[in-house]
Design a protein around this ligand. Structure first.
Ligand SMILES: [Zn+2]
Ligand SMILES: [Zn+2]
Length: 285
């Protein structure tokens, strides 16, 4: 049976494995397709495409965007985006810059409370990630002896109710969907459990799919989400949301059963079909 995993993070955002390592694991595990879906960046895609050359693995170019409606946050995956698209790259730069500015403001707030952490050090901890943010500040706080743990940094200072918290710049759901569609991609609502009520509205805005298969979703929950997708003419997709953290508790790339049909339907709907085995990726982001 062929397996697919349509939600994977790499070192291009906040994942632990490089794109090439993700491909290697997927090939070893005999997967037929993986989607690289880093936060606010497509920077890992070319490396994954190159690594998959000469294998049977299809690498689907993807991205994961955050959007907010009222006080509710949702994540929108984009599949088969044209990652060479200039307008898409410009918008992703704006999102990544906003993450940095937000982190900078939090570091300033902390300093105002007498907890100095070096901005250079925060940037050093973050490295090349596109998912720059609070976890990196938390590590700096711990290093500086201000807290004993990452959790403590969050609940005392930089968590949503913490005194050094700064709200994030967010796209509206309509903007996130449009951004993906403008780049030729297919927007899919990520981890939609308990967000069932927004599905109809998003479907009206051009949503293409719903991530019905996801870690810790029971068979009954996945079935209900797949039926909800069906009702709105959406494709039921799925993946592990693999990051490689310790907290993933043994979860590996490909560990969530996703019907192969998901990929076939996405592919049929998409304009493009970028196959790892036939595409030679040139340049980098
Ligand atoms: Zn997400
Ligand atoms: Zn994710």
């Amino acid at each position: 049976m062929s397996r697919v995993d349509l939600h994977i993070h790499t070192t291009a955002s906040d994942g632990v494995l490089t794109p090439a390592e993700v491909v290697q694991v997927a090939v070893e595990r005999c997967l037929s397709a993986v989607a690289i879906t880093d936060h606010d960046t497509t920077g890992g895609i070319d490396q994954a495409l190159v690594a998959a050359e000469g294998t049977q693995l299809e690498v689907i170019p993807g991205v994961e965007l955050s959007a907010e409606q009222g006080s509710r946050e949702m994540h929108i995956l984009g599949y088969y985006v044209d990652h060479q698209d200039g307008a898409l790259q410009e918008k992703l730069v704006v999102l990544r810059r906003a993450r940095r500015e937000r982190a900078w403001k939090m570091v300033r707030k902390l300093a105002g409370m007498g907890m100095r952490v070096s901005w250079d050090r925060v940037m050093e901890i973050a490295g090349d990630t596109s998912a720059f943010g609070r976890p990196h500040i938390a590590v700096a706080l711990r290093e500086g002896g201000h807290v004993d743990s990452i959790n403590e940094a969050f609940y005392k200072y930089i968590g949503r109710l913490g005194p050094a918290y700064v709200a994030r710049y967010k796209l509206s759901p309509a903007q996130a969907l449009q951004m993906i569609k403008d780049a030729g991609g297919l927007p899919v609502l990520a981890h939609p459990r308990r967000q069932e009520d927004i599905v109809a509205g998003l479907a009206g805005l051009g949503l293409a799919g719903l991530e019905a298969y996801y870690p810790r979703y029971s068979a009954v929950e996945s079935e209900a989400l797949a039926m909800l997708a069906e009702r709105h003419g959406l494709i039921a997709t799925g993946g592990t949301d693999y990051h490689g953290y310790d907290g993933d508790a043994g979860l590996a790339v490909g560990d969530v059963p996703v019907p192969m049909e998901s990929v076939e339907r996405l592919r049929a709907l998409g304009d493009r079909h970028v196959a790892g085995r036939s595409q030679h990726a040139g340049g980098s982001d």
